[in-house]
Design a protein around this ligand. Structure first.
Ligand code: F6R
Length: 253
């Protein structure tokens, strides 16, 4: 795992976007992006827009798959992940909306919708680069502590901590959905490259667990230790509980 420590969320965005751009340049117009909502990737999306524009990278054939979407939540609500991805990714990067996919949280049969999402990812050729954050409890996607390492896209219950963390996007915690559809840890492990952005003291425990382990379902992001190409872009606050920073940095590729 490559750990890059930066000074500000803006710098994190620039560094993470450059990691993503490397994949886009290598793969070309048909690149398959994995995208996340939340605050962490916002500066990355902004910096990526700048790179795509200045280098005139062709994303006309690119597709994107979101990590998750709330269950039983109107997709036209401004806090739905469908709307969030449209606002922060699809429109700024001028992606073809028909090629931007989210799990169907309104399906009658959520398990079948999860399987269909996995099939769509496979048919697209798999995810070339997954942009993501982590929850304060170490979740990735909405794979909360205790998630199976073999899990695929499926309905999940949100942890109390996650609902508290996400209450800032709503008027009250009661409005935060209780369930989501999320790509599984197995799905995430299949992506070719992972770029995870984490900033602020609230992510320090999660980052320490993800980078220094042990690998455990209780810190789902720790499974990234098994990923062949994962980069963490973090600031000093998020890095503040790492005990073996010199070792990790020495292991940078
Ligand atoms: C979002 C997602 C979540 C968030 C995580 C961090 O699609 O899958 O794992 O990345 O909850 O959220 P922020 O970045 O808002 O702290």
């Amino acid at each position: 795992m490559q750990v890059i420590i930066v000074d500000t969320p803006e710098e994190a965005g620039r560094v993470a976007a450059e990691e993503v751009a490397k994949v886009i340049r290598r793969v070309g117009p048909g690149v398959v992006l994995g995208v996340a909502t939340g605050s962490s990737p916002l500066t990355t999306y902004e910096a990526l827009v700048d790179i795509v524009r200045s280098e005139q990278l062709d994303l006309s054939q690119a597709s994107a798959f979101a990590l998750d979407e709330y269950v039983n939540f109107p997709v036209d609500h401004e806090q739905s992940y469908t709307e969030t991805i449209r606002r922060t990714v699809t429109e700024p990067l001028a992606l073809d909306p028909a090629r931007v996919h989210l799990p169907d949280g309104l399906a009658d049969d959520l398990a079948a919708a999860g399987a269909a999402y996995e099939q769509a990812i496979r048919e697209a050729g798999g995810i070339d680069v997954q942009i993501m954050g982590t929850g304060s409890n170490g979740h990735i996607g909405f794979n909360e502590p205790g998630s199976s390492f073999a899990s695929r896209t499926r309905p999940v219950k949100l942890a109390a901590q996650t609902r508290e963390d996400n209450a800032r996007f709503f008027d009250s915690i009661d409005e935060v959905p209780e369930q989501a559809m999320s790509q599984g840890l197995g799905t995430i492990l299949d992506t070719r490259t992972v770029v995870l952005i984490a900033t602020g003291e609230g992510k320090a425990d999660a980052v320490a667990g993800i980078v220094e382990g042990p690998v455990t379902a209780m810190v789902p992001g720790s499974i990234l230790q098994f990923h062949p190409d994962a980069t963490l872009v973090i600031d000093a606050e998020a890095a503040s509980k790492l005990q073996h920073l010199e070792l990790t940095r020495d292991l940078r590729k």
